[in-house]
Design a protein. Structure first.
Ligand SMILES: C[S@@+](CC[C@H](N)C(=O)[O-])C[C@H]1O[C@@H](n2cnc3c(N)ncnc32)[C@H](O)[C@@H]1O
Length: 388
């Protein structure tokens, strides 16, 4: 009897604790190992390894190599690289088309995209995250996009019983995904380039990068940028925002990034959109351009409707980041920044990461139009600036 009473009390405590945990639906907390993941009571879509991948486009690989050669002839090879991309850097420098083709064929299976995308190593490999984190992340991203677009109403713990608040996370994810695609009117399908791990929602293969970047592609539209107006994205990851912006109808999109990462973007976008849809350094401009940092200087004054930087400027050395902001001020009419402000010590360099709004103040000539927490990931500020 006594034991039963004690057990009942323990169960009530556990339930209370579990509900408390479930109130905090945010990625940061999930990063913590421990019981949090197990107590977190939300449906998790199943992640699938893909076995079917597009064949590697060898013409695109050859073009990309030619491009890289031209670029290093003009600017040298002194661009930043980090250990994850070193094998790609070696293949590009050696002009080794076979190695490049093989690395691109496994783009989402190796560590090349760590920090830039949700690759297989994050889901199935030697995880830095607890098992289940990525699936939870997918759930959170999807709910957040639904709430941001207004196709899912926001729960409020001031208005709801705790248990109803928690249950609000139990939405039908297939139906939610369908509504999101219908409202956006562009597809969130993850292209089968480089064997990406995917979730199937409402019959569509997708992943967290498609969901989180769809929010930004939609924001570009909301800001009134016309389909032929110039957009510059500084630091474009593997090209997923570029792809979604293209699907949303934007046809004048330039990514500025380090040459090695530019090679990834050219390959990913060229495979997903067709090789003629993408151009590189010294090539005739296509709807989607991938250019190295020195090419920023060739973009005419005030010719860009919107420059974007997402999850990138804080990790770039401060003097370089300030120089980018000056280029943005010279070339652009508006600047959209979605960046974290934790000012954490940099992993490699002996300095702290920067805060975009501090640097904007130092550079001058920007007026902030809005600032609010980024809907999709906790800990990021979304800010829109007008260049004055
Ligand atoms: C963390 S990733 C974020 C990628 C993408 N914006 C996203 O949200 O997924 C940082 C991006 O900044 C780029 N980057 C890093 N250092 C850079 C530099 N010095 N100049 C230009 N781009 C840089 C990286 O190559 C990468 O594309």
């Amino acid at each position: 009897m006594l034991l039963q009473k004690l057990w009942a009390r323990q169960r009530r405590r556990l339930l209370k604790w579990s509900i408390t945990v479930n109130r905090y639906r945010n990625i940061k907390l999930w990063g913590a190992a421990g019981l949090v993941h197990d107590l977190f009571d939300a449906p998790r879509p199943a992640i699938k390894k893909t076995s079917v991948s597009m064949d590697v486009d060898r013409v695109l690989v050859a073009r990309l190599l030619e491009n890289y050669r031209a670029l290093t002839q003009d600017f040298g090879t002194e661009f930043t690289i980090w250990p994850d991309v070193a094998p790609l850097h070696r293949a590009l420098t050696a002009g080794d088309a076979d190695s490049l083709a093989s690395q691109f064929g496994r783009l989402f299976q190796d560590n090349l995209l760590l920090g830039m995308g949700h690759a297989e190593t994050l889901y199935f490999g030697e995880r830095v995250w607890r098992p289940g984190f990525q699936e939870l992340r997918m759930t959170d991203t999807l709910l957040a996009l639904g709430e941001a677009l207004g196709v899912l109403s926001l729960p409020s713990h001031a208005q709801m019983k705790l248990i109803d608040y928690v249950t609000a996370m139990h939405t039908d994810q297939n139906a939610l995904f369908g509504k999101i695609e219908a409202v956006l009117a562009f597809s969130l399908e993850m292209p089968r380039v480089g064997n990406p791990p995917v979730f199937t929602l409402n019959g569509i293969s997708t992943n967290a990068d498609m969901v989180r970047h769809a929010y930004v592609a939609n924001r570009i539209r909301q800001l009134g940028v016309g389909p032929q107006e110039a957009i510059v994205e500084l630091g474009g990851g593997f090209g997923s925002l570029g792809l979604l912006a293209n699907r949303a109808g934007f046809r004048n999109y330039t990514i500025i990034d380090l040459p090695v990462v530019g090679a990834i973007q050219t390959y990913f976008l060229g495979s997903a959109l067709g090789r003629d849809a993408v151009s590189g350094y010294r090539e005739n401009p296509a709807a989607m351009r991938v250019l190295p940092p020195p090419s920023f200087g060739e973009i005419p004054d005030r010719s860009v409707a919107l420059s974007i930087n997402m999850d990138s400027l804080p990790e770039i050395p401060r003097p370089e980041a300030l120089a980018y902001l000056r280029e943005i001020r010279r070339t652009s009419r508006q600047f959209l920044s979605i960046n974290q402000e934790a000012s954490a010590p940099h992993e490699v360099r002996l300095e702290r990461q920067t805060i975009v709004s501090d640097m904007i103040e130092e550079v001058g000539g920007f007026e902030r139009i809005y600032r609010f927490p980024y809907w999709i990931i906790e800990g990021y500020a979304e800010e829109l600036y007008r260049v004055v």
